[in-house]
Design a protein around this ligand. Structure first.
Ligand code: BGC
Length: 776
């Protein structure tokens, strides 16, 4: 129970949504949840992590590889494809415990009788280049079956084509499709091998192979008999030039792809599946979060975790997680602040190795951030709002089209969302606090932090009359209000950056003095620590109004029209019109796109009283459109923080079900923005664990201040803190912490009653607390 999503009919209108809902992946590639007979029109895609291409002057985006699992079956001349023949019965499902997709479809066939097809497939978590599928066919009347299977080289592109010189050939029993990317000339190779069940049922050798540019298909036929079950297995492998760079001894992408499918066929489907299953078991053992008492929430939370696990970069510190995961080329496959602020917490608590990869990606892309700062005439590092492989900013100056005129609109996401550099620093420091691994500072982390602090020092404006530093002309998380002054969120994060920059210096001097000396030398011309200290002392960060306790989102926000959201919606002329920008409906009003001040209150929750947090929740909640999928989870978190978990519960469910229901914005202007929502998936985890279970960790002491929503009797999960593993059970009356026997370090826990208890290896702590009303 609770590990499967499925549907039992075929609805053409859900093809795109199901492509997201039934996503598979392993961090190296994403495989959309399409049916086997689907092609590019149905958005079939094998999206490659970290492989980008630009075609002509269009937007740069990730590369989709040819689909090596493509298959279509015919019976008595009738195509058994849901696109052409209405099925008698159809089920599509995803078992997300073992990451296996299944479909079973029954068709009526000409001449009478029925054919039932089943297909099972997985993107191997054990061998990241490998996809595998297992098929069965069964008929109720003898019939002539034709199977067309191989590699579909017609890939779905939004701004393509990206694969040039597409060719295909047979190679050692396998089919091979090759191409090179246009911009970087990277080879991309997909190999496929089909193995038929019983020799007497049909011989693959009889297959006719048709090669057409990047498409390579075999056609073979069977005189199928009633009652027989016909089976075949498919193996597909993908390699690119990035995988083989610097290691010519291992062979070219073509050779590696062919070797991989040959080896897979020799190993056999069952063993490959078992290895995949074991890897998933291991991943879940580190990340499963059990909710007792609420099955709906349980399913949605596990599913959200699944979505995070299929896109986590396990194998590379050169890629991070794009805003739409590996579900296609939407948003240019770019990495936003979503990663550090919404996804990183899950990995920090469950798989610090992945968290390190995510942060190393920012270190690897520091040069891009330096160049962006220089391009605008600033010092330091201004990270890309939309970051790809090099760290150059993929965000354009005209990022949205006006639906009324069709003309590009000037947006300031790229120029003014300076908080991105602070988000990166925040993420890095969180990584250090959670893991204790400060070696990352010497591995480039310190440079990132100091360059970001430098950028802010340069960006800030010192008002000599008010004698303070201000951050003018910025855009906070709420993108509907661009180019504002003193956005509270941005200022608070810049303040944190400056503190971290100073702490970094202390830490390096203390633990890595040689690295400190060399680095400090390169920053000697300043601005450096003296300037950071001065700015920190005088930086203006908007504070709660003494009477209303509301923190104004930015200067003059409260002068804007205070229109109710429902009324603003009535002013909408076109369903996809953009609410921000120069003429946007929300621009002149207090309606915000997404959590802004409330996000700041969550991040710095220990600095503000419960009254302040509640006043701001109540003020901003009715004024938030939740036009971004990054919003709901923050309201759920903040409600838990003030001890009112049920206020936030609908927001929790909304964030946790976003990729199950497919209910999210699909267009901004005329730009398609559908796909999966990893930030919302990470947000669901944050709301459940950091919000409802009430876990926080400052690097030394873990606190548990739960506020369980009605109906939840307990939350149970494993966590890793500073390399030590614990199992936490947070019930309504008691909290139990069990430390793994193999832990090397003891970590302190604080119960609701305020007592601090050291939890040595193997210990079991019972932490009593009096009430589940936090902050009361
Ligand atoms: C949000 C940003 C977010 C981006 C990618 C936008 O709609 O406003 O905060 O980073 O989507 O998810």
């Amino acid at each position: 129970m609770g590990w499967t999503v499925s549907e039992h009919s075929f609805e053409p209108g859900r093809i795109t949504a199901n492509g997201n809902k039934y996503m598979a992946g392993n961090g190296y590639l994403g495989f959309r949840g399409v049916l086997e007979e689907f092609g590019k029109e149905q958005l079939a895609a094998v999206t490659l992590a970290g492989v980008y291409d630009r075609s002509g002057s269009q937007w740069r985006e990730p590369v989709n590889a040819p689909n090596g699992l493509y298959t279509v079956v015919s019976a008595n001349g009738c195509k058994l494809s849901v696109l052409e023949t209405e099925p008698l019965a159809h089920t599509q499902s995803l078992d997300f415990r073992s990451a296996i997709n299944r479909r079973e479809t029954m068709f009526g066939i000409p001449g009478g009788g029925r054919v039932t097809l089943t297909a099972e497939r997985f993107a191997s978590m054990d061998q990241h280049h490998l996809l595998a599928a297992s098929w069965t066919l069964h008929c109720t009347a003898d019939c002539r079956i034709e199977i067309t299977t191989g590699i579909d080289g017609a890939v779905w592109d939004i701004n393509g084509p990206h694969l040039l010189e597409q060719q295909s050939r047979s190679a050692g029993g396998a089919l091979l499709s090759t191409a090179v990317t246009g911009e970087l000339g990277l080879p991309v190779a997909v190999a496929e091998l089909t193995v038929f069940g019983l020799a007497e049922q049909g011989e693959l050798a009889d297959a006719v192979i048709v090669l057409d540019r990047g498409t390579a298909l075999r056609h073979f036929s069977i005189d199928a008999k009633v009652g027989e079950t016909y089976t075949w297995w498919k193996y597909a492998a993908v390699y690119t030039g990035l995988d083989t760079q610097g290691d010519p001894a291992k062979g070219s992408p073509d050779e590696r792809a062919v070797q991989t499918v040959q080896a897979a066929a020799a190993t056999g489907y069952a063993s490959l599946l078992e290895a995949h299953r074991l890897k998933w078991e291991e991943r879940w053992s580190r990340s499963d979060c059990v909710i007792e008492g609420d099955e709906e929430a349980q399913l949605a939370l596990r599913y959200s975790i699944y979505q995070l696990l299929i896109i986590a970069p396990v194998q590379s510190e050169r890629v991070s997680i794009p805003a739409r995961g590996l579900s296609g080329q939407v948003y240019k496959g770019a990495v936003f602040w979503d990663t550090e602020m919404f996804m990183l917490p899950f990995f920090l608590h469950s798989d610090p190795g992945i968290a390190r990869n995510l942060m190393m990606y920012r270190i690897q892309t520091l040069d891009g951030a330096r160049q962006k700062a220089a391009e605008y005439g600033y010092l330091g590092a201004f990270y890309a709002w939309e970051s790809q492989d090099s760290g150059d900013d993929a965000c354009t100056l005209f990022n949205v089209n006006d639906v009324f005129t069709g003309r590009p609109m000037r947006t300031y996401f790229r120029d003014k969302q300076i908080h991105i550099s602070a988000d990166v620093v925040h993420g890095l420091w969180q990584y250090i606090l959670f893991t204790g691994d400060d070696s990352i500072l010497a591995d480039g982390g310190a440079e990132v932090i100091w360059e970001c602090a430098r950028f802010f020092y340069y960006y800030a404006y010192y008002n000599p009359v008010k004698q303070r530093y201000e951050l003018l002309d910025v855009t906070g998380p709420d993108e509907y209000h661009e180019r504002v002054n003193n956005n509270a969120f941005t200022s608070a994060l810049v303040q944190e950056t400056l503190k971290i920059a100073l702490q970094t210096a202390e830490r390096l001097q203390d633990k890595y003095p040689a690295a400190y000396t060399v680095l400090a030398e390169s920053f000697a011309d300043g601005p450096f620590l003296d300037e950071f200290t001065a700015m920190l002392a005088q930086l203006y960060v908007p504070q709660p109004d003494p009477e209303t306790l509301v923190i104004e989102q930015f200067d003059r926000y409260l002068k804007l029209e205070d229109v109710p959201l429902t009324e603003l919606k009535q002013r909408v002329i076109h369903p996809n019109e953009y609410w921000g920008g120069g003429n946007g409906l929300a621009t002149t009003t207090r309606i915000l796109k997404q959590a802004d001040v409330v996000l700041m209150l969550h991040l710095f929750r220990d600095r503000y009283s419960r009254e302040v947090k509640q006043a701001n929740w109540e003020f901003y909640e009715p004024r938030t459109e939740h036009g971004s999928s990054l919003s709901s989870c923050i309201y759920a978190l903040a409600a838990a923080d003030i001890g009112l978990p049920d206020w936030g519960y609908p927001y929790f469910m909304r964030t946790a079900t976003i990729d199950l229901t497919g209910e999210s914005k699909q267009y901004v202007g005329d730009l398609y923005i559908g796909g999966t929502h990893p930030a919302a998936n990470g947000g669901a985890w944050m709301a459940a664990v950091l919000g409802y279970a009430g876990l926080s960790f400052d690097g030394e002491t873990a606190r548990l201040q739960p506020a369980l929503p009605q109906g939840w009797s307990a939350v149970e999960l494993p966590v890793v803190l500073r390399g030590s593993s614990f199992r936490l059970r947070i019930g309504r009356e008691e909290i139990t912490v069990t430390a793994a026997a193999g832990n090397s370090e003891a970590v302190s826990f604080v119960g609701f009653g305020g007592e601090t208890v050291l939890c040595p290896p193997g210990a079991i702590l019972e932490l009593a607390f009096q009430s589940n009303q936090r902050g009361a």
